[in-house]
Design a protein around this ligand. Structure first.
Ligand code: NGQ
Ligand code: ZN
Length: 451
């Protein structure tokens, strides 16, 4: 039994002072506010529940910062994707595992305690399946285990290079499976996941661009009670291509044909008509926003104010992992709205609540729903995903919601001191407990990859 004592902590009912939490391997055993500190308790300034990064392509961490020079006059998402595919063309299973471990260690340091890995690298570089079709999925499971991060594994179904059955491009051959092979892949993921009962397996039809309507139906029924994630409307060209293909915008098309509900997460629902925004909000699906990546790739601005006012559910993801941190995602989300609307505190919705708190609460609940887990609360019976913040200079004099606002908007140095996942300490003094070994392996792999 571990005892953690917080000067202040965010509980399901709000902030409380002098909070004592006891933890076992099973999760949180007790939470008492106004408690006395026991002699063996570790003492922390602030306790928060951990957030989910609901969308990650872990391997892309290795190319972060290497695509920031303009290669052509019209540098874009699509030219970035060409560079990304070149990376995809040569990464080996060992390298995938090492890069994923580094990305997950950084996620934990950045305040994320679970990741939704939208995993589409399945085959060898020449497109041939590995003996175990889930070889690379197994590497993701291993990387998550090595870091202790909670994992929702979303194996991706990928079939075509564009709407209307365009054949896959050579750069996509590591992704493509038929439905039968995908069912085998799903089985393999389930058997890799047997090592850890905390792993959730979902499915991810990559996008309407990459999947035919009939395959989308088949994928949805292969795992009827599991999270289902897809990229939906990230780029304007994607919306134009969808309109040219079927006369409808992507979100309208999907909502008209599928029983989209809280089981669904729509990644990068960036380009929405007002009507799509309202329809998506009332569907109960999670809008999976990746604000840092969406800014980096020049995607556009999600209509977050309208979506939240319409009762929509949001969560955040680190997607390309170009710069990993929960506060960074929340800040970028709010700033995208401020810049677009020329207003301040766009997402606090005028109810007097702080922006940081509003976003934190929304993404805590939305992330859990998206990744198929119980809400990550500091409450007895919860799994025990806990962030311990140090006060330091950044949080000096801050209490209640101002703690969150300051972390999100004003802390150059991360105040995340310790992170506990399912009752285990995985970050200490701001660093992952295995940061040195994971970082050494990552550096060696980068040498190979960039040779
Ligand atoms: C991905 N990333 O699957 O990694 C995609 C690029 C695509 C983003 N969409 C490939 N941000 O969408 O076709
Ligand atoms: Zn993605």
């Amino acid at each position: 039994m571990t005892g953690l004592f917080f000067d202040t902590a965010l509980l399901p009912g709000g902030w409380a002072d002098d909070v004592r939490i006891t933890l076992t391997q099973e999760g949180i055993a007790s939470v008492d506010a106004g408690a006395a500190r026991a002699p063996d308790d570790a003492h922390h300034a602030v306790g928060l529940p951990g957030l989910a990064s609901l969308h990650s392509h872990a391997f892309q961490r290795a190319m972060a910062g290497l695509t920031e020079a303009r290669g052509t006059e019209a540098d874009s998402f699509w030219t970035w994707r060409e560079l990304m595919y070149r990376f995809v063309g040569r990464i080996t299973p060992d390298q995938v595992e090492a890069v994923a471990a580094q990305a997950y260690a950084e996620m934990l340091e950045g305040g994320f305690t679970r990741v939704g890995e939208f995993h589409y690298l399945h085959h060898a570089p020449d497109g041939a399946p590995y003996t175990d079709i889930g070889e690379l999925s197994g590497r993701i499971v291993a990387a998550a285990a090595a870091t202790g991060i909670g994992l929702t594994l979303l194996p991706v179904f990928y079939a075509q290079s564009g709407f209307g059955g365009l054949p896959p491009e050579p750069g996509q051959r590591r992704f493509v499976t038929g439905i039968d092979a995908f069912a085998r892949l799903l089985d393999s993921c389930r058997s890799h996941a047997r090592s850890d009962p905390g792993i959730v397996i979902g499915v991810a039809p990559h996008s309407l661009r990459a999947v035919t309507p009939s395959d989308l139906e088949r994928v949805a029924v292969l795992a009827p009670d599991s999270p289902i994630h897809l990229h939906i409307a990230e780029q304007e060209k994607e919306v134009r291509d969808c309109l040219a293909w079927c006369g409808q915008r992507p979100v309208d098309w999907l909502l008209d044909r599928f029983a989209v509900d809280g089981r669904w997460t729509l990644i990068h629902a960036t380009h929405l008509s007002d009507d799509e925004t309202d329809r998506l909000a009332s569907s109960g699906a999670v809008a999976g926003l990746c604000p840092v990546t969406e800014a980096n790739l020049g995607d556009g601005t999600f209509p977050a104010v309208r979506f939240l006012k319409a009762g929509g559910t949001i969560g955040i993801g680190t997607d390309s992992n170009v710069c990993i941190g929960a506060a960074d995602e929340l800040r970028q989300l709010e700033y995208s709205q401020r810049l677009a609307l020329r207003a301040r505190n766009a997402l606090s919705l005028g109810d007097g609540r702080s922006t940081g708190r509003t976003l934190f609460d929304a993404c805590l609940a939305g992330g859990a729903r998206s990744l198929g887990t119980a809400p990550g609360e500091l409450a007895p019976g919860a799994v025990g995903d806990i962030l311990c913040l140090r006060r330091g200079a950044a949080l000096a004099g801050r209490s209640v919601d101002a703690v969150l606002d300051t972390w999100v908007f004003a802390a150059r140095e991360s105040p995340v001191d310790e992170v506990w996942v399912r009752g285990r300490r995985v970050v200490r003094g701001g660093r992952h407990v295995r940061a040195v070994a994971i970082g050494d392996r990552y550096r060696a792999v980068l040498k190979e990859l960039l040779a």
